[in-house]
Write a protein that binds this ligand. Structure first.
Ligand code: NFS
Ligand code: SF4
Length: 653
């Protein structure tokens, strides 16, 4: 008998907590267009692959082990479940680290071309940060012109990628005790290209088959991401395009405008986005758009480059990873322009269905079914002007109805680690000491980084939102990046007015300083701002000597990408308890699982955690923060402060 083709799918609002996305999902269903959010329901993940109980590292296999009875058999070569799991985990970390390092290396190359005068459309916007970065690497800045200093800085930073021994330059920023732990275990990253290469080699059949030893290289490769390529991407982007300072920006699909030419930029590298920003402000194109009956050109971001441009320039943001297909269902997108990473191939089919231009611009990322207009830094406007011509032309011949969800939210974005220092430390002497003081006296219980993707395995945004609300309610200051930041921005928590949602201690600090209880730091590579902030907290004193001593925890509650796993592991390796939602690609109750989830902490690192429910995640994080407070001997201070606070509330009421 022929099976019925009709699929039963959950209602749109069960698939996503984002009302605008739900509205577009319903419209897509009515239009007969299948989005990623529905494909996610139709696809049943392979239970063996989901837990990494299979190996296809050679063609004697693939070998499948039983995740329910993982020690029952071994692969044909004899590989055990722990070896297979560690190798699979390692290859995911290698891919994630490679992605960020690839991004960082291209930013470094752009920086060199700017310094050498080969690229004239970009420049050095933050000279002070250039000098500070140079100083932090031991480069003498006295009496040097920008060009000379830039050249020296380039020479030094280039080692991040090309070193074959020694220690990666930016590890000089790591607190001494943390660095000592890495040295003791032999995991200080050398050069990123070497680390990724060695990890790929060691995970080949018949090489490293001892999971603890393999994890050393996994750790080194992850650290080469956080303290290497990602950190370079953030620091040099700030230097070239300007360091973010808090500004107001709008998020969600309501930022699209029916009477404007709408251009969405989605991806990860800022250069193309910066160039198109210059184009949309060019009177020539504004006139062109007006000639075709538009009121103007509306430039909007999505995903990480969107988060980055929102932080730097206040460019509106239409949504996170889970909304990139749905946004085209509006019919209002005249062009979606992409560069690299997290760009679903499915966008091509949705773009076709809604007569939208999907344009790839980067030689490292073409998509079948999309058109390609190559972006070259030496002549950036050639590409971006062509994009604007196509978008304007599509506006004048729009062939599909336009339906734009009304939702928008204003929020404050653009908190850099430098700004946090300034905001909490005062104008004349920026310092992390006031933050530490507020942690020591218990007003702030601890700090959490909540970051990462959305994943159709769970209701989009919902775990991020519930988790962050629970954390701030418990006086945990939340730092955010990437798609998670957008989820909370859509929920309206990135404003100082959200302070009453926080516990009394955190609310008091927020009200005094005028800051939101949730601070948005930018894109995923900007997670390195959290690393630097954590190092600064250690250096400010009173909270131990290594990052592992801090009352802090991290989480990617709706993660999906290999980049997220690499980020998670560099946080763990740096000393942070890091909880992932959704699930974890390692069979529970194996030696390897125990090693990552417990054993690493005994070695002086952080450790991994996993829970699906947002309240369970919050509990794990808060318990860890409380454990660290106890170890620091500041648990009593909090009890006293809470009494003070309730007294205070009584005084106010
Ligand atoms: Ni980060 Fe940015 Fe988003 Fe996840 Fe993808 S856009 S790099 S990987 S999905 S947070
Ligand atoms: Fe099987 Fe070993 Fe080959 Fe993996 S490396 S596929 S476990 S034989």
């Amino acid at each position: 008998m022929k099976k019925t083709e009709k699929k039963i799918r959950a209602g749109a609002s069960e698939v996503t907590a984002c009302e605008a996305t739900a509205q577009m999902l319903e419209k897509a269903r009515a239009d007969g267009v299948v989005l990623d959010l529905d494909r996610g329901q139709d696809m049943k993940a392979c239970p063996i692959g989901e837990e990494s109980a299979c190996c296809k590292h050679c063609f004697m296999g693939p070998c499948r082990l039983n995740p329910r009875d993982p020690y029952k058999k071994v692969g044909i070569c004899g590989a055990t479940i722990d070896t297979i799991a560690a190798r699979n985990f390692g290859r995911m970390v290698a891919a994630g680290s490679a992605s960020h390092n690839d991004h960082g290396m291209h930013i470094l190359k752009l920086f060199k071309d700017v310094i050498d005068g080969k690229v004239l459309d970009f420049g050095i916007k933050d000279v002070l940060k250039l000098e500070q970065l140079a100083l932090s690497l031991g480069i003498d800045v006295e009496g040097k012109e920008v060009q000379e200093l830039g050249k020296e800085l380039y020479e030094e930073l280039e080692k991040t990628f090309s070193n074959v021994d020694g220690e990666m330059p930016l590890t000089r920023r790591v607190p001494e005790a943390t660095l000592e732990t890495w040295r003791k275990h032999g995991v200080v990253p050398r050069g990123a290209m070497l680390e990724v290469m060695e990890l790929m080699s060691r995970t080949h059949i018949g090489c490293d088959q001892e999971y603890e030893n393999l994890t050393k290289q996994i750790t080194r490769t992850a650290l080469a991401d956080g303290w290497g390529g990602s950190m370079i991407a953030t620091e040099l982007s700030d230097i070239m395009f300007g360091s973010p300072v808090p500004l107001q920006a709008e998020v969600n699909m309501g930022v699209l405008k029916e009477d404007h030419v709408n251009v969405i930029v989605h991806g990860h590298e800022p250069a193309m986005f910066e160039a198109i920003l210059a184009g949309v402000n060019d009177p020539f194109f504004i006139d062109q758009a007006k000639e075709k009956g538009a009121e103007g050109i509306n430039l909007v971001g999505m995903c990480c480059s969107g988060a980055e441009m929102m932080s730097r320039h206040g460019i509106p943001h239409a949504g996170n990873f889970g909304s990139t297909e749905a946004v085209m269902v509006t019919g209002a997108v005249d062009a979606m322009v992409v560069d690299i990473q997290c760009i679903k191939q499915g966008l091509a089919a949705v773009a076709k269905a809604y007569d939208t231009h999907l344009i790839t611009t980067n030689p490292r990322c073409h998509i079948e079914g999309a058109s390609h207009v190559e972006f070259e830094e030496t002549d950036p406007r050639k590409c971006t002007d062509e994009i604007l011509i196509r978008a304007i032309s599509r506006f004048s011949t729009r062939s599909v109805p336009v339906v734009i969800p009304s939702q928008t939210r204003k929020g404050i974005h653009g908190f850099s680690h430098e700004y946090i220092e300034y905001m909490l430390g005062g104008t004349f002497r920026g310092s992390y000491s006031p933050l530490n003081d507020n942690i020591i006296n218990g007003r702030i219980r601890g700090v959490a980084g909540v970051v990462g993707c959305t994943n159709p395995k769970v209701r989009q945004d919902s775990v991020h939102i519930e988790l962050v609300k629970e954390l701030i309610k418990n006086d945990v200051l939340v730092l955010q990046t990437g798609c998670s930041q957008i989820a909370l921005a859509k929920e309206g928590l990135l404003v100082p007015e959200a302070a009453p949602l926080a516990g009394p201690g955190l609310a008091e600090v927020c009200e005094t300083v005028g800051m939101p209880p949730v601070l948005g730091l930018g894109s995923c590579v900007d997670n390195t701002r959290i690393l630097i902030a954590a190092s600064a907290m250690v250096k400010a004193g009173g909270l131990g000597t290594s990052i592992a001593d801090l009352p802090a925890a991290g989480c990617a509650p709706e993660w999906m990408s290999e980049k997220a796993l690499a980020i998670g592991h560099y946080f763990v390796a740096s000393g942070v308890f890091t909880v992932f939602g959704i699930g974890f690609p390692i069979v529970k109750d194996t030696k390897y699982h125990d090693y990552l989830f417990r054993g690493m902490e005994d070695l002086g690192y952080g450790k991994w955690g996993m829970a699906k429910d947002p309240h369970a995640i919050a509990r794990l994080m808060i318990d860890h923060i409380d454990k660290k407070r106890k170890q620091l001997g500041i648990d009593k201070a909090r009890e006293r402060t809470l009494v003070d606070m309730s007294d205070r509330r009584e005084l106010v009421s």
